[in-house]
Ligand binder design. Structure first.
Ligand SMILES: Cc1cc2nc3c(=O)[nH]c(=O)nc-3n(C[C@H](O)[C@H](O)[C@H](O)COP(=O)(O)OP(=O)(O)OC[C@H]3O[C@@H](n4cnc5c(N)ncnc54)[C@H](O)[C@@H]3O)c2cc1C
Length: 503
């Protein structure tokens, strides 16, 4: 959840970092050519935000490097001159990860969009970081292979952004998340050094596992320039179903019953009544709008197993009060049913000017109490919430439909999300299942993982990025040491720290 104090943090970065002088800009232009450096107000506005509401900050400049060597040179220059860098894929992030800091340089990676090698013998694919996830799906599926991670934003997000956020998505329940498919990485580290970690060997335990350390680092430890992903055989067939329930609690019980029956669907997604009504209004799929919940379920694999699993799932749903069932008859139909879930965010976003979507996550057996709690909080604070998400893995997306011009309502929304995160932590869950900590969740991180863990994260960051060049202020505040080398005005910084900033 966005805390407007965060916005105050961002301009404050100029205390740490050098202004982007004409001299720095011409050095940047000499690295990547002036045609790849963007400094006009229009260009800066285009890269001043991501998918997160209420966060916006103009960068100092935007650069489009042409090679890993250029990325390395830009990082070295940033260290010499003292300005921050923010890597950016498609900017679809929902925790403010690619939102710039004042005077930062945005490094665009979305034009590095080539699929370099599909290795059908080793079941791997080398990609550039800017490949769109949905395009990778199509390319490998055309060869009978499958890249399972399937974020709701697959049509727009990049693999680089997915690796940086360790993105999840609709197939996480059966297939896991991005980290389960990253086999190797090439990256530029914060000192400008280029590293390659991992490779095509299925087993590889040489040294520290730098690959997994970089996955999910939200652009704060390295910039990915090439990514090796694991593929699996494409499932022989799939069955997609929409199951409707009069009562929300019945749908949650059906989810628990499916999991307990040892069937693992590829997708087990949930929409509440507010979301169903918005989806129907938007997409006209013929959904009944008077029911409390909908489950979108997909099973995939060998035909005989899929048929059997689908039958068992449907009978469990009937037993738990399903009032209507829709089973796809062909691929086109399946896409139509799946779109009920895929358009949920867009459909909710039409209702009010500001849509705040979060991803509080709980152990999957606790989805029902968590949903009940979210509804209570919304009622108590007189807010409109739509709820949907990955019910099968406990990853919920409570979504507040609000208006940023209404201060009072925004405060109520902030307070509501604070309660929701507290509850998720109390239930043994997490403040973020897949969107990352970024700017919006960092104030809750310590409550979940504890101060020792946050301090260890800070220590790691200090060691690998002593000048706080890569995406500083994301995940946790820097709280820099004053004895180390710091860019910017040391006196101003000390004064700022004395006032208790960043603690
Ligand atoms: C409608 C919608 C649905 C969504 N559904 C899901 C979902 O189901 N599951 C899910 O997990 N997320 C979802 N998201 C969130 C978002 O799409 C993911 O976080 C995605 O991984 C971001 O990719 P991106 O290319 O847009 O990255 P950006 O938003 O540009 O960047 C995200 C982070 O990655 C870093 N980064 C980008 N490229 C690189 C690189 N080459 N090297 C190092 N760091 C880099 C950035 O600095 C930033 O910290 C959704 C978003 C929307 C708008």
């Amino acid at each position: 959840m966005v805390d407007r104090e965060l916005l105050l943090f961002m301009p404050a970065s100029s205390i740490f970092f050098a202004m982007l002088s004409g001299e720095i800009l011409s050095k940047l232009a000499s690295i990547s050519s002036s045609s790849n450096l963007f400094t006009s107000p229009e260009d800066k506005i285009a890269y001043s935000y991501d998918g997160t509401p209420l966060l916006q900050q103009l960068p100092g400049a935007v650069i489009r490097p042409r090679s890993a060597e250029e990325v390395s040179q830009i990082v070295r220059l940033a260290n010499q001159e003292g300005f921050p860098l923010v890597a950016r894929g498609s900017g679809s992030g929902l925790s403010g990860g690619s939102v710039p800091l004042e005077d930062s340089v945005i490094i665009l990676m979305n034009h590095w969009n080539r699929i370099l090698e599909i290795d059908e013998q080793n079941l791997t694919v080398w990609v550039e970081p800017g490949v769109i996830t949905g395009q990778l799906h199509s390319a490998v599926e055309a060869r009978g292979l499958f890249y399972p991670p399937d974020p709701g934003s697959a049509a727009i997000c990049t693999i680089g952004g997915n690796v940086a956020e360790n993105a999840g998505g609709l197939r996480g329940l059966k297939y896991g998340v991005t980290k389960d498919y990253v086999m190797g990485l090439e990256a530029v580290l914060a000192n400008g050094e280029r590293v390659r970690t991992g490779g095509k060997s299925v087993k590889d335990v040489a040294g520290y596992n730098l690959k997994d350390w970089l996955v999910g680092s939200e652009g704060t430890l390295g910039i990915f320039t090439k990514i090796l992903l694991r593929l699996v055989p494409k499932p022989e067939t799939a069955t997609t179903m929409l199951v409707f329930f009069d009562r929300l609690s019945d749908s949650a019980e059906a989810v628990s019953a499916i999991i307990a029956s040892r069937i693992t669907p590829a997708a087990l997604e949930f929409l509440d009544n507010t979301t169903i009504r918005c989806v129907e209004d938007y997409a006209r799929l013929g959904l009944p709008t008077n029911l409390e919940a909908l489950l979108m379920i997909e099973v995939d694999g060998r035909k005989a197993v899929v048929d059997e699993d689908a039958d068992r799932i449907l009978s469990l749903c009937r037993k738990h009060g399903a009032s209507m069932i829709n089973v796809a008859e062909n691929e086109q139909d399946a896409q139509r049913l799946k779109s009920a879930r895929k358009v949920a965010f867009a459909a909710l976003a039409r209702i009010r000017p500001t849509t705040i979507l979060e991803d509080a996550t709980v152990p999957r057996s606790l989805v029902a109490p968590m949903l009940e709690f979210i509804q209570q909080v919304a009622r108590k604070r007189n807010l409109t919430f739509g709820n949907f998400g990955h019910a099968g893995d406990g990853n919920l997306h409570p979504t507040c439909l609000t208006d940023e011009r209404d201060e009072k309502e925004i405060h109520a929304a902030e307070a509501a999300f604070e309660e929701i995160f507290e509850k998720a932590i109390e239930l043994g869950g997490t403040i973020t299942g897949e969107h990352g900590t970024g700017l919006t969740k960092k104030k809750f991180l310590e409550r979940q993982v504890g101060s020792a863990a946050v301090e260890l994260m800070r220590e790691i960051k200090r060691v690998v990025d002593p000048n706080a060049i890569l995406n500083p202020g994301k995940i946790f505040s820097p709280k820099p040491r004053c004895e180390g080398p710091l860019p910017g005005n040391r006196d101003q910084l000390q004064k700022f720290l004395d006032q208790g900033a960043f603690v």
